[in-house]
Design a protein around this ligand. Sequence first.
Ligand code: KG4
Ligand code: ZN
Length: 335
Amino acid sequence: MIVLGIESSCDETGIALYNSETGALLADQLYSQIELHAQYGGVVPELASRDHVRKIVPLIEQVCAEAVMTLQDIDAVAYTAGPGLIGALLVGACVGRSMAWALDIPSVEIHHMEGHLLAPLLADDKPEFPFLCLLVSGGHTLLVDVQGLGDYTILGDTLDDAAGEAFDKTAKMLGLPYPGGRYIAELAEHGDVTRFKFPRPMMNRPGLDFSFSGLKTFTRLTWEDNQDDDDIEQLKADIAACFQDAVVDTLTKKCLRAIKQTGHTSLVISGGVSANLQLRETLKKMGQKHHFKSYFPDLKYCTDNGAMIAIAGAMRLEQNIPEKETAIRAQPRWS
Ligand code: KG4
Ligand code: ZN
């Protein structure tokens, strides 16, 4: 089956073609709206929807050209139906459903976080079910017990901010561009991680939930209390390093706790924050010591993309071909 994947839940239009028989990604195009939203310090929903409208059809034409195919070669369409920005989601949903109707092929609605969860299966060295999954994006921080496709138990969630959101807010405070996760990581390379002792939220409590709002406040107070520092650039780097260290320490220790609790030997880390190199290194080392293996998506599939939606769609369709329907649904909130 050749599956067209469409992702438009936020500020990236991602389109991909995936062959479910060979497991090959045939084409993959991504258009990021980051520059459009950067001047506002965050995503402006109306601008996001309009830009998806502009880009979605040309990108579909581009993936077909890249795979040397026509629309008639597509066997099914998978699109992100939620969670996300309603206007942005509707663009992908309208195009996905309409194409499926016009081509008389099935279409399948994909949960954006399931796309992230399955993105590591696009890699050559891929995990097998069952596994433990840490999903860390701009909107979510979840620890999930994955027994198989669609068989997910959430073991831990954030009580307030998501990990990526905490990165973005800290970056904004330090005057870095949006989204700031990767800028914090770059700045942290020159920072002194021992200068401040940042808190490790929820570590002293049992359970697998996360909380990042206390850390965010601590970071802000540290920034405000040190404004008379002679070297503000070094202060920023030191804060970035201490902040990143606290987030990575918290995330990885909770992963270890979950590994011990569940007995899993495979840990999958996915979502935008899984691009963080300190997080990757720390989990690799922890795995060597505690006998589990970590799997990450390729860096370009950590953040939003169409390939993860195409593979999720292909797997869902292998399990069950849904009835053809024309209703266009998008769920901004979807548990
Ligand atoms: O998965 P994603 O593209 O979008 C959502 O579904 O939310 O994740 C975006 C998040 C942003 O918060 C961004 O700052 C963060 O991923 N991010 C990073 C890094 N690269 C992206 N956070 C930490 N370190 C990175 N290298
Ligand atoms: Zn995402």
